[in-house]
Design a protein around this ligand. Structure first.
Ligand code: HAM
Length: 432
């Protein structure tokens, strides 16, 4: 006897099902609407790319690249990885399609699954979904340097304004934007050395992870959530006191631009982000009801990344929203309403009534109503019970009497009331 195997979704992955998927679609639709009004076009990059693309952009010492990627050898032995994020892919596509020749900056958004082999928990999955956007601008001759600061900061601020407009459109009001500047290749290395020196002095008091990071990436120690390290971290030097003149000017201008746009934010000097490509502006958005995985969006500026990947010098800034977490947060906030059930259930009896039922079902569907048409005749009692179970708003009753008189009965299931309509009256009524 062959053993019956019960298949289950792989740990950290899950099926998204109706009616939840209606909410997912509403969220993605809202993103499309809002982002389009800010001049963004959609890009759909592939789900796997050469491993080297991610290693080079995100950084070899990051958790994402060193521990979390799904990497495999393709048949020709090239190492490929499922994308853990999409910024690297967007930059690759920008270079590959010569987008530096388009009017700059180029604004692109994407939605889709990402893959990271993290420990699954609430709000953390191995296949998760992001809604992201990137603004990339090739540097023209004579561009760059201090004189670009007002423009760059305005681009950052407009991106953040758009993000907050998106959350507002979803009526998710509990979100908090946190911003920081992590300097650039001028000032950050000096700050990192200072931080490393200070961390070495207190090494014994730090946990294992942070001790390791003193070597590999001292900035990440600032990210630590370990209770015992918090008092020590509070005494560490802050990057805002060590920014070079250009980075300080950029950060000040960003804050001024955010104020100008009425975007509220909180400064968080410990916000360093876990990917290597960032410089200057970094930000995160937290939402309520998510427990420890409360970052619903992260992003920042990544001037230089396109060049690092072999393109012309370019600037960039972008973000990615964790859609799984956003959905959880909307559900917790009671903002997850989606239409449930059917609008109209057609309870028909008799061969003549079936022909009318088929025709009217088509008309109603063409008008955008969700219609349930039972495939075979059923007793009225049973069919109305079914209409109820499906959460239908109305039952349209079509029996021989209704067909003969041309007066159809519409029953409102919530209160059991019934009204007679002719076909045109019915359509007028339903269309409101
Ligand atoms: P990230 O901070 O790694 O940034 O991810 C962005 C968001 O994706 C997080 O804030 C979180 O909401 C969600 N996320 C990340 N990992 C998981 C997971 N395992 N399960 C559920 N949600 C998750 C980036 O990915 C950058 N590419 C953002 C960016 C775009 N920076 C510039 N442009």
């Amino acid at each position: 006897m062959s053993e019956k195997r019960k298949f289950q979704a792989i740990k950290g992955t899950r099926d998204l099902l109706p009616p939840d998927t209606e909410l997912w679609n509403r969220v993605e639709q809202t993103a499309r609407q809002v982002f389009t009004t800010y001049g963004f076009g959609e890009i759909r990059p592939p789900i796997f790319e050469p491993t080297e693309l991610f290693a080079r952009s995100i950084g070899l010492d990051t958790d994402v690249v060193s521990k979390e990627m799904y990497t495999f050898a393709d048949r020709d032995e090239t190492s490929v990885s499922l994308r853990p994020e999409a910024t690297a892919s967007v930059c690759r596509a920008y270079i590959e399609h010569g987008m530096h020749a388009l009017p700059q900056p180029v604004r692109l958004f994407y939605t889709g699954p990402m893959f990271r082999r993290e420990r699954p928990q609430k709000g953390r999955y191995r296949q998760f979904y992001q809604i992201g956007a990137e603004i990339i601008e090739a540097l023209q001759q004579g561009q760059g340097g201090s004189k670009d600061i007002p423009k760059d900061a305005a681009i950052d601020a407009e991106l953040l304004e758009m993000l907050m407009a998106f959350f507002a459109r979803l009526e998710l009001h509990s979100v908090q934007l946190e911003i920081n500047s992590i300097g650039d290749r001028n000032c950050r290395p000096k700050y990192v050395e200072l931080l490393r020196a200070e961390l070495l002095k207190v090494k014994d008091q730090l946990g294992q992870d942070s001790q390791r990071r003193i070597d590999t990436n001292p900035l990440r120690v600032l990210d630590s959530k370990l209770e015992s390290e918090q008092a020590i971290i509070a005494t560490l030097p802050r990057i805002s006191d060590h920014l070079c003149a250009d980075c300080a000017a950029h950060y000040a201008e960003l804050k001024r631009q955010l104020d100008l746009r009425g975007v509220t934010y909180k400064e968080n000097w410990r916000l360093v982000r876990g990917l290597d490509y960032y410089m200057r502006t970094t930000f995160e958005i937290t939402a309520q009801g998510l427990g420890s995985q409360n970052a619903v969006c992260g992003g920042g500026r990544y001037d230089g990344l396109v060049e690092l990947l072999g393109g012309q010098p370019a600037k960039g800034i972008g973000f990615a929203i964790g859609e799984d977490r956003l959905i959880l947060s909307l559900q917790e906030a009671g903002k997850a309403d989606v239409p449930k059930g059917r609008d109209v259930y057609i309870a028909w009896m008799g061969a003549t009534a079936q022909a009318t039922a088929i025709r009217i079902a088509k008309v109603l569907r063409e008008n955008g109503f969700r219609v349930e048409l039972p495939p075979v005749e059923q007793k009225f009692g049973k069919t109305l019970g079914q209409a109820d179970k499906l959460g239908s708003r109305y039952a349209l009753i079509l029996g021989e009497d209704e067909i003969a008189s041309g007066q159809w009965t519409l029953k409102t299931l919530a209160d059991g009331s019934q009204t007679k309509f002719t076909e045109p009256q019915l359509l007028d009524f339903l269309r409101g």
